[in-house]
Design a protein around this ligand. Sequence first.
Ligand code: GDP
Ligand code: MG
Length: 486
Amino acid sequence: ISKGFRAARERLTGKGELTDDVVAAALKDVRLSLLEADVEFNVVKRFLQSVKEKALGEKVTLVAKKQGDTMRVRPEDHFVKICHDELIALMGPVDTSLNRARKGCTGIMMVGLQGSGKTTTAGKLARKLQKAGYKVMMVAADIYRPAAVHQLKVLGQKIGVPVFSVDGANPVDICADATDHAAAEGLDFVIYDTAGRLTIDEPLMKELDDIKSRVQPANIFLVIDAMIGQDAVTTAKTFDERLDVTGVILTKLDGDARGGAALSVKAVTGKPIKFLGIGESLDKLDEFRPEGLASRILGMGDIVGLMNDFTEVVDEEQAMKDAEKMLSGSFTMDDFLSQIKTIQSMGSMKDILEKMPLGQMFGANIPPEALEKAADDKELVRVEAMIRSMTKEERRNPEVFLDDEGNSGRGSRRQKRSIHKSAKEKDPNDLRPEDFVAARVTRVARGSGRTEDDVRGLVGRFMTMRGMFGMLGDMFGGLIPGMPAK
Ligand code: GDP
Ligand code: MG
């Protein structure tokens, strides 16, 4: 859709940094994009000015907290983020609250052009409030089109909300009567559905002004059809100057409208956007959130994902390192623990392994009991306890739990001293290496409240897993960038 904005992004791709020239060219593209999205000309101008200042002023670096080193953010992504943030700032501050009357029943007056969605939105609001446990009534104050009163009554019936109407009376009196009635009934909210016109005229404005003076509603919501584009600005300005509305509701955002009207309306009136109408049915009313609308105005559906990339870039790098570590066969017990935890948080390990090509590949090699075990939450607690009972050195280098035949604690007498060097350093007494192994297993078992067999089982599983990943690394290592083939 948004050629302009995409063009801007592409223009910046591959550029080393955001220089004056590059930014100026990109801003031209964005300008086109915003105008296409129905953002008002002066609003566009202001927007571009502040984006320009930010783009040239900020350092395009992001400190990767975990690694303690610095990683570059691509200039085009940085530019998109600045635009996105600036749009959100322009549409904010977010205030989707309803004003409440100091005492008694709270009034909500719907105003706007004919066909903007006042009646429909009145029904949506009534439904929302009723669902929240309030006693609500709607008032049929559009008496000029016979169908209008009927439309509201049908809506009311659908959601079980009473509709107040008086035949033959004028709208101001109807609203005043309704207000008294609501107070007498002890209702929480009364919603006035007023008349609109195809274009703004003085008799309509006077009528609305009179209703406002008589019932003094705590909320006056200007309902605007997002499809009217640039006209939204004049409409909003005129209604607001006369009635001093408390908020704006933008409807028909389920259609093609890019939503730039929201930006313009907020900019010219300074009034908060409260809700967005996103469909004809009565549940299609969302509280306003600028993030979604900003992406829409920019014409980029993937912006939320991009923003996430921004915050997760650090974790992403960690994940790559983890993967490399695993595939190189050099991961430790600590890595093992964090891997199990990650996988566990994603759901059943068994399911995941079964779905993954990797899991299928090793399906034959992993005994079903092992999968069940790994998928068991309690097992994770046990494993964690055992790993926590290990020394740093033991976690880093779990070979110290094995004798030279790969047995943990009950093995051959033939020892390779080199494997147990660190153990020897710690204890200069002339003990045999297998005694160290057995002593370690016993100590970890005691420390974690598990049996020695549990500890040996864990070490065995760890070794199998590490071996498996090491094998994978040997097979594919050369294909993974940044990882030397063995
Ligand atoms: P009013 O003249 O301001 O009272 O407008 P209505 O409530 O009668 O709505 C006019 C038309 O717009 C009706 O056909 C509604 O169903 C439709 N409409 C209202 N809100 C929305 C919306 O959020 N999305 C869509 N697609 N249609 C809407
Ligand atoms: Mg209506």
